[in-house]
Design a protein around this ligand. Structure first.
Ligand code: TAP
Length: 489
């Protein structure tokens, strides 16, 4: 891949599906894919037909038993080869991602390399999954708890992290002995097809990994409804996650990694400069299109104006460019017109309800930005829970800031949401830290840092942010059934 332009690579994958170890042209219609920085159509994807969904699921079903029976070290070796193959082509894969998603190439390359790391992490974990022997409750009996892979996984993924969100499900499937049919987001399909090419290169057996492109409401829904799909691993909005849960016609395993509306609390004892740095990074990276982005910040009155001045300056200093032309830009284009329109709507709503604009508030000016979906990182202050920016997930480069006086008030405001994915704290006082980490009703709490999700710790949400975990040993165990074997001897 290395010497070809992203457009050459994309044209080779145009209209392709990956079924039973081979690429082939889809037989149905086509859907255009846009470069969000320029508005150009960069390729067409196949809208997989019902027959193609059937073929992919049955290929995964046939491949399941032989793959599940492989020794864990054989699956681990395949994952190591996949990690190496991905890392070797990280730049070319990153450029494909930038062309379809908008994030700057350096950031996209970081995501690809993290996927390669995930392959190696899960390769090691694959060899460490073991069962248990339960203490006897009667003489002459023995109870074993054995872990067996669930079967065929349907993976449905969003567009904000086109490699990692596919990759975590792929790695856990490969490590556990499951097989997988992946339906990537309609607007970022080529990264997933490039990952499929790496699976072929790494010698993953035919049928173990399949990629179907097309519309979620058709191809994704067909996977949800298919009786031969044993588990759905979904990342996306809470609305679609709930729809999947309610429309699943059979009982099957579901893991749902859904929306967030993540708070940050900056207390009176915080290192304000560190808090500003953390907030700027986690609110605006990937244009704020992150489920664990900081959406709203509660700052103690004693440091409120200092924090706002710092965050305003940090936001204004961030560069926004076409991410293919400027690989080192801080922000690229937003992935499509939809999150951009929502960002503008949340900003307008906040300003109409009395918020103060501290930074940004508009698209960058100039011909380079005219046809793309660009927006400057934006900060609004003096926010209340009457404003959408504080109560709904913006999924854009906009953060709302509010002042508080008592820590209990900050905790109540931070928890005043149907979501429970990630929360952030900047504080130096140990009592404040302990009160916040116990009081925040979130699956992840990051204290004096903004890395809520790391590969070897469980990552999941509460309330409307989902069920189940990715990452870590817990993420891998989501791909296994328990079997109780009771022996009489
Ligand atoms: P969604 O609109 O929910 O789409 C996610 C995936 O579901 C896409 O592949 C979509 O296909 C598919 N889909 C749509 N309707 C479907 C249906 N009826 N049946 C089956 N699949 C269907 O989310 P999005 O806009 O791509 O992503 C943004 C959301 O994802 C945000 O809320 C964000 O917080 C959340 N997210 C959560 C996490 C974690 S780890 N909790 C991580 C990243 C993102 P199409 O692309 O064809 O519509």
């Amino acid at each position: 891949m290395t010497n070809q332009t992203p457009y050459d690579l994309i044209s080779q994958m145009d209209g392709m599906l990956f079924i039973e170890g081979a690429f082939r042209k889809g037989g149905g219609g086509r859907l255009p894919v846009e470069n969000p920085a320029t508005g150009e159509i960069i390729g067409q994807i196949a809208a997989a037909t019902k027959a193609e969904v059937e073929e992919a699921v049955l290929a995964a079903r046939r491949a399941f038993r032989p793959w599940a029976r492989q020794l864990p070290k054989v699956r681990a070796a395949a994952l190591h080869r996949l990690g190496d193959a991905i890392a070797a082509d990280a730049l070319a894969m990153a450029r494909i991602m930038t062309a379809e998603q908008g994030k700057p190439v350096n950031e996209a390359k970081g995501e690809i390399l993290k996927l390669a790391e995930a392959c190696h992490f899960y390769a090691e974990e694959a060899t460490r999954v073991h069962g248990e022997i339960i203490p006897n409750e009667q003489p002459g009996f023995q109870s074993l708890v054995v872990r067996e892979p669930i079967g065929v996984v349907g993976a449905i993924t969003p567009w904000n992290y086109p490699a990692e969100l596919v990759g975590w499900k792929l790695c856990a499937s490969l490590a556990s002995g499951c097989t997988i049919v992946i339906k990537p987001a309609e607007i970022t399909p080529f990264t997933a097809l490039a990952i499929a090419a790496k699976c072929a290169e790494a010698g993953i057996p035919a049928g173990v990994v399949n990629v179907l492109t097309g519309k979620g409401s058709q191809v994704g829904q067909a996977l949800v409804e298919h009786p031969q799909v044993d588990k759905i691993a979904f990342t996306g909005s809470s609305a679609v996650g709930l729809h999947i849960q309610q429309s699943c016609p059979q009982v099957k395993r579901l893991s749902l990694e859904l929306g967030g509306n993540c708070p940050m609390v900056v207390t009176a004892s915080a290192d304000v400069a560190a808090a500003v740095k953390g907030a700027a990074r986690r609110s605006f990276r990937n244009c704020g299109q992150i489920c664990i982005a900081i959406n709203r910040i509660y700052v103690h009155r004693s440091v409120y104006e200092d924090f706002l001045t710092g965050l305003g300056r940090a936001a204004e200093a961030l560069s926004v460019h076409n991410g293919l032309e400027r690989p080192d830009a801080d922000l690229g284009a937003m992935a499509s017109g939809e999150p951009l329109a929502k960002t503008r709507a949340h900003l307008d709503d906040a300003l109409a309800r009395g918020a103060r604009l501290v930074a940004g508030g508009k698209a960058p000016e100039g011909a380079d930005y005219a046809k793309g979906h660009f927006f400057r990182p934006s900060v609004v202050a003096d926010c209340t829970h009457q404003m959408l920016v504080m109560t709904e997930e913006t999924f854009g480069p906009l953060v709302g800031v509010a002042v508080y006086d008592e820590l209990s008030e900050a905790i109540a405001l931070a928890n005043d949401t149907p979501y429970g994915l990630a929360s952030y704290v900047y504080a130096r006082d140990l009592t404040e830290i302990q009160t916040l980490s116990a009081g925040l009703d979130y699956g992840n709490v990051a204290i004096n840092n903004v890395d809520a999700g790391i590969m070897n710790a469980p990552y999941g949400g509460r309330k409307q942010s989902g069920v189940g975990y990715e990452h870590g040993r817990e993420g891998l165990l989501e791909y296994f059934n328990f079997k109780h074997v009771r022996l009489h001897h």
